[in-house]
Write a protein that binds this ligand. Structure first.
Ligand SMILES: [Zn+2]
Length: 455
């Protein structure tokens, strides 16, 4: 199947995510238009990105009072952005901002202030609602508010609407399937090494809903409700009684999950079906260890794709060596490194960086995402030097997706290993010293690791 046909098939399966073409905004053109985010002519990509960011900048400045006030304090005028080269001047918001939420009904007001545009009518019954109750009220009204968490136990809350959430899921899966070309097919059986996406508002968990549209069937590693309190209790240090109980209840299921995944791989290896393993690396790391212990191995390399994301911690002070991991995958499952790819992204944006099969560098989808690497003064230092990752998300309609992160990265103008033209990030991404550890891998690990030699 040629690539255009492959993407047409993907578009047919994700039709509900794609807005009516006649109504496309510049953001939609940047997300839904390109068939390959990573091989587009750089001039065309720059043009799409500039128009998308420009469009969102005007919208957020006009309709989001919080962002407009921020811009005015910095004496920034959107009219000063006249070309692609000016984009570095757009004021970025720290990821820390999204952790500054209050409690109760004020939390609902806070979400409304972060959101750009008219919210649907939201009914909150309780006088002192919990964060989960507030999110549920928003999402019952048609929003897709999601959160992530760090080791401080403080959450990051992001008020997406369904349009923003759909464009995220679409961009993620399209980027991933592009890198796996031609391996994906809708007849695939998949195991999601994550919580059930329909039972959580945890961002990384919820993202899994797209799997149900592009795969034949989906199994999940953690099939129970996961709420902000489950995650918070798992992330924070120190053992309160509630914390202990929460950890115990969740972690009991971990060994069972690993056994289930091992059995599932065994069955798939017999029935010859095509499979996808998607989720946090540490779960697969445990699965590989289990196979080693049992002296088992499979040869499913001709019909398997493995997509990981969420960080590489195995234990509190141990990082899984990625190359060793890919070697184990090849030895124990027969899956070659080019079919075992990692991705990088975060709750604060729709940008998904996907590793290329040739070199495992993270390629940046520059049709809708403007990447920057900032020094301590906030200047863009460009390529080849370590700094703080920042981006302007031209796809983000729900809030100003102009973000500076606490991730330390190095960006290169071209990939050293493949001929895709756009910029890449080196795969060793770490946190800025002094900033809490976070990411969906860490959330899952903390929830599930206690039982299997974890913390
Ligand atoms: Zn590459």
């Amino acid at each position: 199947m040629d690539f255009a046909e492959y993407i047409r098939k993907f578009d047919a399966h994700t039709a509900k995510y794609i807005p009516n073409r006649a109504d496309w905004t510049p953001s939609d053109h940047a997300v839904y238009g390109p068939s390959d985010y990573f091989r587009m002519d750089p001039k065309e990509a720059n043009d799409l990105r500039y128009k998308a960011v420009r469009y969102q900048l005007d919208r957020h400045f006009k309709s989001n009072r919080t962002y407009r006030t921020y811009c005015e304090e910095l004496k920034f005028d959107p009219a000063s952005i006249r070309a692609s080269d000016d984009l570095d001047k757009v004021p970025v918001v720290s990821t820390d901002f999204f952790k500054t939420y209050p409690t109760g009904r004020d939390f609902a007001l806070w979400l409304a202030n972060v959101y750009t545009g008219e919210l649907p009518k939201i009914h909150i019954k309780s006088k002192e609602p919990t964060h989960d109750e507030v999110i549920k009220s928003f999402n019952d009204a048609g929003m897709a508010v999601a959160y992530s968490s760090g080791t401080s136990g403080r959450h990051t809350f992001i008020p997406r609407d369904m349009k923003a959430f759909f464009s995220n899921e679409y961009a993620l899966s399209k980027g991933a399937l592009t890198m796996f070309y031609p391996r994906w097919g809708p007849d695939m059986h998949s195991f999601l090494l994550m919580p059930n996406p329909f039972k959580t508002n945890l961002f990384a968990g919820r993202l899994g809903t797209v799997m149900y549209d592009i795969m034949k069937d989906v199994e999940v590693a953690l099939d129970r409700e996961v709420n902000t309190e489950t995650v918070r209790q798992s992330m924070i240090k120190g053992d309160t009684l509630v914390g202990k109980i929460t950890k115990y209840v969740v972690s009991r299921t971990t060994q069972k999950s690993i056994d289930r995944i091992v059995d599932w791989i065994g069955q798939r290896s017999k029935d010859g079906s095509r499979i996808a393993l998607v989720g946090v690396p540490f779960m697969l790391h445990y699965v590989l260890n289990e196979l080693k212990e049992k002296g088992k191995s499979y040869d499913i390399g001709d019909r398997t794709m493995i997509l990981t994301g969420g960080g590489w911690k195995a234990h509190e002070n141990e990082r899984i060596p990625e190359e060793r991991f890919r070697k184990d995958v090849e030895e124990l499952l027969g899956v070659r490194p080019e079919h075992c790819l990692d991705m990088y992204g975060m709750v604060e944006g729709n940008g998904w960086m996907l590793q290329c099969p040739e070199g495992h560098y993270f390629h940046i989808p520059t049709t809708y995402l403007h990447p920057m690497v900032l020094d301590d003064e906030g200047n863009n230092i460009g390529y080849g030097k370590y700094g703080r990752f920042a981006f302007l998300d031209g796809s983000m309609n729900a809030y100003p997706g102009f973000i500076v992160t606490n991730d330390k990265v190095k960006m290169l103008e071209h990939c050293p290993h493949c001929d895709r033209p756009g910029p890449v990030l080196e795969s060793a991404i770490t946190r800025i010293p002094g900033k809490e550890v976070r990411g969906c891998g860490e959330e899952m690990r903390k929830m599930m690791a206690a039982d299997v030699g974890g913390d």
